[in-house]
Design a binder for this molecule. Structure first.
Ligand code: BES
Ligand code: ZN
Ligand code: ZN
Length: 483
C-alpha cells in the first residue's frame, strides 16, 4: 500500500473513493467541486462508525463514503483509529484501487495524536495474510491519500510507521510454526536491522549461549532439531541517549509442552507462543523510522518446545546464567526457562535503566483478564504506572497484578534453588510465573507483561480481532519509549 499525505488546501486528485469524516449533528463539508445527491447528505447522521456510501454527481471522485466519528469534541483516538480502519476496509470491499481520506474536523491540541490514530487504523485494517493461499485475490486498494491540517499530518506520518510495524508483528505471529522457526525469526530480525544504520543485531547461537552458561534456555531447545537463538538488537539514537531501555520477548515458535505434553485440542494455537518476540521485532521495525532519544535493546530468546528423547524431563535440574539452579517440574512452563537466561543476560551485560518483558506466559492470565487486557507485574510501581498509561493512550490496555513475597515463596525449590511451577494448590498462576522471573532481574526496574490473552483472539475492533494475532505490545511500547 502506498500512502501520500497532503494538506486540505491541495486540490483533490482523481480517486475511486473519497472518504469524508463527519461529526454527529454537523453537516459534513465536502471538498470544493465534489457533489453528491442531496438525499445521501441528509441521511448521514454522523453517529460513531456510521458508514454511508453514495455515488458522486460531480468532482474528481467516483464515489463518496461518509464515515461518522460521533459527537466527541475532540473525537477520541480509539474512535478515529476505528474510523480509519472502516474507511480502508470499505474501500477494499467496493474494490477501489485508490482512496482519499478527507479530514476536516475540529482537532484542537490533540491533532497529532488523532492523525496518528487514524493512520494506524487505516494501515492495520489493510493487513491480510494471503501468502499461503493459491487462489487468493490480490488486494484492490493500492493507494491511500490523506488530506489533513499540518499538525494532524505529522501524526499521520508517525501512525503509518507504527501501523506497518504492527502488521509486521501480526505476519510473524500468524505465519505457521513450520515456516516461522527460531532461525526464521533471526532472519527477520536481520532484515529489520539492515534497514537502519542505527540498529545492529546479533543472533547469539547455541555454542555462544553455552559459553555464557545459559543452561536454562538451552534445556528447552534440546528437545527440538531446531537450534535456539538469543536475538539481541541495539538501537542507538543520533543524540546522546537519555535512557537505556531493554525489551525482552518470549519467542517460542511452537510450544507443544514438551514431555508434559499439552492436550491436542488447542495445541495449534501455540504457534502464537512467539508473540512477545514478534512484538520486539515490530518495535525495532518502527524505530527505523521514529528515531526516539532512547537507547533501546531488544532481546528475543527463541526456541521450540517439543517432546523428544533429549527433551527436558519432569524433575530435571538446570542452571541459569546467574548461577541459580531450577528444578523443571513441568516442561510446559518453558517460557520462564528461556526468559530466565535472557533477563540474566540483560542484567549482567546490558545493565539497562528499565527492562520490560512480554510473554505469552500463562493460561491463567486468560482466565483472569480475557483477551482484551495484558497483565503487568514487577518490582517498580512507577514503571507499571507508565505502562498502564501507555495502555490507556493506545487502547492496548494493561492491568496491574500482584507479585508478592508469598508468590516468590511458592517458587523456591527443594533440590535446587527454584522450581519452575508452584505447588498444586497455590493458584495465582500468573503471579507465580512473574515471581519466578523476578529472580533473574537483579535490582533493575522491571515489568513483566503477560500477553497470553491479548496476543491473539481479541474482539473485533475494525483494525484487528478475530482468530488472528493482534500485534499487541508494539503500539504500547512505542508509546512508552516516546514518553
Ligand atoms: N505458552 C503457554 C501459556 C499459554 C497457554 C499461552 C494458553 C496462551 C494460551 C505456557 O508455556 C504454558 O504452557 N504455561 C503453563 C504453565 C503451567 C505449567 C505452570 C500453563 O499456563 O498452563
Ligand atoms: Zn508451555
Ligand atoms: Zn509457552
Amino acid at each position: 500500500m502506498k500512502f501520500t499525505v497532503k494538506n486540505p488546501k491541495q486540490s483533490l486528485a482523481k480517486t475511486d473513493l473519497l472518504v469524508v469524516f463527519g461529526r454527529e449533528g454537523v453537516a459534513p463539508k465536502l471538498p470544493a467541486g465534489v457533489r453528491v445527491p442531496e438525499l445521501a447528505l441528509k441521511a448521514f447522521e454522523g453517529t460513531e462508525r456510521e458508514a454511508r456510501l453514495t455515488d458522486a454527481t460531480a468532482g474528481p471522485a467516483a464515489r463518496v463514503l461518509f464515515v461518522g466519528v460521533g459527537e466527541g469534541k475532540p473525537v477520541a483516538a480509539e474512535t478515529l483509529r476505528r474510523c480509519g480502519a472502516l474507511a480502508a476496509t470499505k474501500a477494499e470491499k467496493v474494490r477501489a484501487k485508490s482512496a482519499t481520506l478527507w479530514i476536516d474536523l475540529p482537532l484542537g491540541k490533540k491533532a497529532a495524536v488523532l492523525g496518528q490514530a487514524l493512520a494506524e487504523g487505516a494501515v492495520m485494517a489493510s493487513y491480510r495474510l494471503t501468502d499461503f493461499q493459491r487462489d487468493a485475490e490480490p488486494a484492490h486498494l493500492k493507494r491511500i491519500t490523506l488530506h489533513g491540517e499540518p499538525g494532524f499530518n505529522a501524526g499521520i506520518k508517525r501512525g503509518l510507521i507504527i501501523g506497518e510495524a504492527n502488521c509486521l508483528t501480526r505476519r510473524l505471529q500468524d505465519t505457521p510454526g513450520n515456516l516461522m522457526r527460531p532461525c526464521d525469526l533471526a532472519i527477520e530480525a536481520k532484515k529489520i536491522a539492515s534497514m537502519s544504520d542505527r540498529i545492529a543485531v546479533r543472533a547469539i547461537d547455541e555454542a555462544a549461549m553455552k559459553r555464557l552458561g545459559m543452561g536454562s534456555l538451552l534445556s528447552v531447545s534440546r528437545g527440538s532439531v531446531e537450534p535456539a537463538f538469543l536475538i539481541h538488537f541495539v538501537y542507538k539514537p543520533k543524540k546522546t541517549a537519555r535512557r537505556k531501555v531493554c525489551l525482552v520477548g518470549k519467542g517460542l515458535t511452537f510450544d507443544a509442552g514438551g514431555i508434559s505434553l499439552k492436550p491436542s485440542a488447542k495445541m495449534a494455537d501455540m504457534k502464537y507462543d512467539m508473540s512477545g518476540g514478534a512484538a520486539v521485532l515490530g518495535v525495532f521495525r518502527a524505530l527505523v523510522g521514529l528515531n526516539p532519544d532512547v537507547e533501546v535493546h531488544g532481546l528475543v530468546p527463541t526456541s521450540e518446545n517439543l517432546p523428544d528423547g533429549k527433551a527436558n524431563k519432569p524433575g530435571d535440574l538446570v542452571t541459569a546464567m546467574n548461577g541459580l539452579s531450577i528444578e523443571i517440574l513441568n516442561t510446559d512452563a518453558e517460557g520462564r526457562l528461556i526468559l530466565a537466561d535472557a533477563l540474566a543476560y540483560a542484567e549482567k551485560k546490558i545493565k539497562p535503566d528499565a527492562m520490560i518483558d512480554l510473554a505469552t506466559l500463562t493460561g491463567a492470565v486468560v482466565m483472569a483478564l480475557g483477551h482484551e487486557l495484558s497483565a503487568a507485574m514487577g518490582n517498580d510501581r512507577s514503571l507499571i504506572d507508565a505502562l498502564v498509561e501507555s495502555g490507556e493512550r493506545t487502547g492496548e490496555q494493561v492491568w496491574p497484578m500482584p507479585l508478592l513475597e508469598c508468590h516468590k515463596k511458592e517458587m523456591k525449590g527443594t533440590v535446587g534453588d527454584l522450581r519452575n511451577i508452584s505447588g498444586p494448590s497455590a493458584g495465582a498462576g500468573s503471579s507465580t510465573g512473574g515471581a519466578f522471573l523476578s529472580n533473574f532481574v537483579g535490582d533493575i526496574p522491571w515489568v513483566h507483561l503477560d500477553i497470553a490473552g491479548s496476543a491473539w483472539g481479541a474482539a473485533e475492533r475494525d483494525y484487528q480481532g478475530g482468530p488472528w494475532g493482534t500485534g499487541v505490545g508494539v503500539r504500547l511500547l512505542l508509546d512508552y519509549l516516546e514518553q
